[in-house]
Design a binder for this molecule. Structure first.
Ligand SMILES: NC(=O)C1=CN([C@@H]2O[C@H](COP(=O)(O)OP(=O)(O)OC[C@H]3O[C@@H](n4cnc5c(N)ncnc54)[C@H](OP(=O)(O)O)[C@@H]3O)[C@@H](O)[C@H]2O)C=CC1
Ligand SMILES: CC(=O)[C@@H](O)[C@H](O)COP(=O)(O)O
Ligand SMILES: [Mn+2]
Length: 386
């Protein structure tokens, strides 16, 4: 029996993780759950899965939850805030922590989970973007595997199984291109949050959906791949593949390319991160090759989608730059969703914050969090002057 804690159980990845749990009741058991503001769905999850430790974002919601659970004669540990996330991430019974929070808020609980010797099934890419070097070093010191959940990274991980790292020529991350793949630059300035929230292939949380539309998601994934697979940026490429059927590829030195194909369904990589090294049979919809209308590929357009180039630039610069990129992007995406800035201002703001950042190395978690906070403040300052 694999005992799991989920950080972000009310979100897109969190709910799909629970669907995987429902399919495999003999293999998987939920022992701890954390969410943010969606207290009613979280209450229902708690009553269904009966975790030992639970947490919500605010003290008020935690009090409400505790009372609602007590009415059902159920008394788990109830926590709130960042400390609550850490408590869920370090639940003694858990062997695997699924990190399904959105944003760098996942950094501290993920580190706490690693220090508590939990395996990490990582969806929360912002943690590796902000602190890839620190987190991967910590994981290696604790002999913890970080198991990829992100579809592209799960694909690459599977294409690398059994191969020598020295045989790899490069990896190729596929990108859908988002909803504005064919839109002229002049029109991009006018897109609304409602338009940007319509991803062509995936149903996801709001933040990652906007990141997909700007191609920042692919930039974050390039940095995520750099740390998950310990590769140079020169060995990580991106190709636009609008159908999202090939989830990514590895090119080997002998000219072979291994690709991972499947339906665009996150329950597949979530399940694999939990079943690894086994593969469990399931009844999910299957890919029918003869029904495919064709698989096409294009170069990403860095003029219209500068966020991808910014991410490569920050990744190559190293030090605190990726943390700055990530934090500024989080604030800019939030401002776009709130109608305070335009779509093309998202990469502009990230670029300005990167320019204003004085390059520095980072040695520990507190320094990373301080830089993250500086970048958030700087992005907010620039937005308030827009
Ligand atoms: N969705 C997808 O298909 C994919 C997502 N990912 C990555 O997975 C991560 C999660 O994405 P996704 O599921 O789409 O995001 P969602 O926005 O759907 O879910 C985020 C979850 O985090 C919780 N949360 C957010 N802030 C806090 C906080 N301060 N304290 C406690 N809980 C908090 C939310 O709680 P609440 O709702 O209760 O407020 C929710 O449960 C992201 O890093 C994303 O990039 C990667 C690949 C695919
Ligand atoms: C499902 C998943 O892994 C997302 O990260 C997805 O890849 C986003 O689509 P884009 O390729 O449009 O960024
Ligand atoms: Mn992805």
């Amino acid at each position: 029996m694999i005992k799991i804690a989920i950080l972000g159980s009310t979100g897109s990845i969190g709910r799909q993780t629970l669907e995987v749990v429902d399919r495999f009741p003999e293999e998987l058991r939920v022992v701890a759950l954390a969410a943010g503001k969606n207290r009613q769905p979280f209450l229902e999850q708690c009553l269904q899965y009966r975790p030992l430790i639970v947490s919500l974002a605010t003290e008020e919601d935690a009090k409400w939850l505790k009372a609602a659970l007590a009415e059902q004669n159920y008394y788990p540990e109830v926590h709130f805030g960042l400390d609550g996330l850490v408590r869920v991430a370090t639940c003694e019974e858990a062997t695997v922590v699924v990190t399904a929070l959105s944003g760098a808020i996942g950094l501290r609980p993920t580190c706490a989970a690693i220090k508590a010797n939990k395996q990490i099934a990582l969806a929360n890419k912002e943690t590796l973007v902000a602190a890839g070097e620190y987190v991967t070093k910590l994981a290696s010191e604790h002999q913890i595997q970080i198991l990829p959940v992100d579809s592209e990274h799960s694909a690459i991980w599977q294409c690398l199984h059994g191969e020598e790292k020295t045989s790899v020529r490069r990896i190729i991350l596929t990108a859908s291109g988002g909803p504005f793949r064919q839109m002229a630059r002049a029109d991009l300035a006018k897109v609304t949050p409602q338009m940007a929230l319509k991803h062509p292939n995936w149903t996801m949380g709001q933040k990652i959906t906007i990141d997909s539309a700007t191609l920042m998601n692919k930039g974050l994934e390039v940095i995520e791949a750099r740390w998950l697979f310990n590769l140079d940026y020169s060995d990580i490429d991106v190709v636009v593949h609008p159908q999202s059927i090939i989830h990514s590829l590895v090119e080997y030195g002998d000219g072979s390319m291994l690709a991972h194909l499947g339906m665009p369904d996150m329950r597949i990589p979530i399940q694999y991160a939990l079943s690894y090294p086994k593969r469990w049979f399931n009844d999910l919809p299957r890919l029918n090759l003869t029904e495919l209308k064709g698989l096409t590929f294009e170069e990403p357009d860095l003029e219209r989608f500068p966020a991808l180039a910014l991410a490569y630039q920050a990744g190559k610069q190293g030090g605190a730059a990726p943390a700055v990129l990530n934090a500024a992007n989080e604030i800019a995406v939030h401002a776009f969703l709130a109608g305070r800035i335009g779509f093309m201002q998202i990469p502009e703001i990230v670029e300005k914050v990167l320019e204003n950042h004085k390059p520095t190395g980072i040695n520990n978690l507190e320094e990373i969090l301080a830089i993250d906070q500086w970048a958030r403040n700087e992005a907010a300052r620039i937005i308030s002057n827009c």
